[in-house]
Design a protein around this ligand. Structure first.
Ligand code: ADP
Length: 218
């Protein structure tokens, strides 16, 4: 395996992007850049961005394009991303963000855009059981048998239900995904840059198919 890749991963909330990005990041030795994680860190640290983003995120809305584009441009300008590449998770979410990403990437274009496809009924079930470490973002699936407080086995942080994983906010985010992000799938498909990967299966099985698609694109 040759290290280094520039990837975008699209998929509904709960499609398994977080889980697969951790694996892709280790496999290709590139940073996993999740705009959701960046925003949640800003909310926790109560930065200017965090204060602005909190209410939007809690109700499942989208933070403004210009703010998100600035945030990602800054992150992709760092040495690790410039030299080895990155996996972008949660960005782009609109066609305007996708256009901006092509400008930011410049002469080092994205190798492949992955659509991790999981039907809506399946993700709804997955999200209701989803828990996340508030410090490192590791995802867990609740069975109801966990000891409380639930401590992250990766970093020792608190494992919690995300503030925006309420049924109303989830439905709203899934609707928004159809409206605003699904057109991106068409956009990248028409440019021949999209790989659709079936996200229903064990994490290992999904990863094998994903890595084969990435290897074929570089
Ligand atoms: P999910 O995919 O489960 O909705 P994320 O962790 O990717 O969650 O993002 C959480 C929230 O952060 C989103 O609901 C949205 O409010 C905000 N957000 C993240 N990325 C973007 C983006 N590229 N553009 C606009 N808002 C974003």
């Amino acid at each position: 395996m040759i290290p280094g890749a520039r990837l975008v991963i699209l998929g509904r909330q709960g499609a398994g992007k977080g889980t697969q990005c951790v694996r892709l990041s280790r496999h290709y030795v590139v940073p996993h850049i999740s705009t959701g994680d960046m925003l949640r860190a800003a909310v926790r640290e109560q930065t200017e961005l965090g204060v602005l983003a909190k209410d939007i995120m809690d109700t499942g809305g989208l933070v403004g394009d210009d703010i998100m584009i600035g945030l990602v441009a800054e992150r992709l300008g760092k040495a690790d991303a410039l030299s080895r590449g990155y996996i972008l998770d949660g960005f782009p979410r609109t066609v305007k963000q996708a256009d901006a990403l092509d400008d930011i990437a410049g002469d080092k274009p994205i190798h492949v855009v992955i659509d991790l496809f999981v039907p809506r009924e399946v993700v709804l079930q997955r999200i209701s059981a989803r828990r996340v470490c508030r410090d490192c973002g590791t995802n867990y699936t609740a069975t109801g048998a966990e000891r409380q407080p639930w401590i992250c086995e990766v970093c020792g942080g608190d494992v919690m239900h995300r503030d925006d994983d309420t049924p109303e906010a989830i439905e709203h985010r899934l609707d928004l995904y159809e409206q605003q992000t699904a057109p991106l799938i068409e956009y990248y498909q028409s440019q021949g840059r999209l790989a659709v990967i079936d996200g229903v299966g064990t994490p290992d099985a999904v990863f094998r198919v994903l890595a084969a698609a990435v290897d074929g694109s570089r």
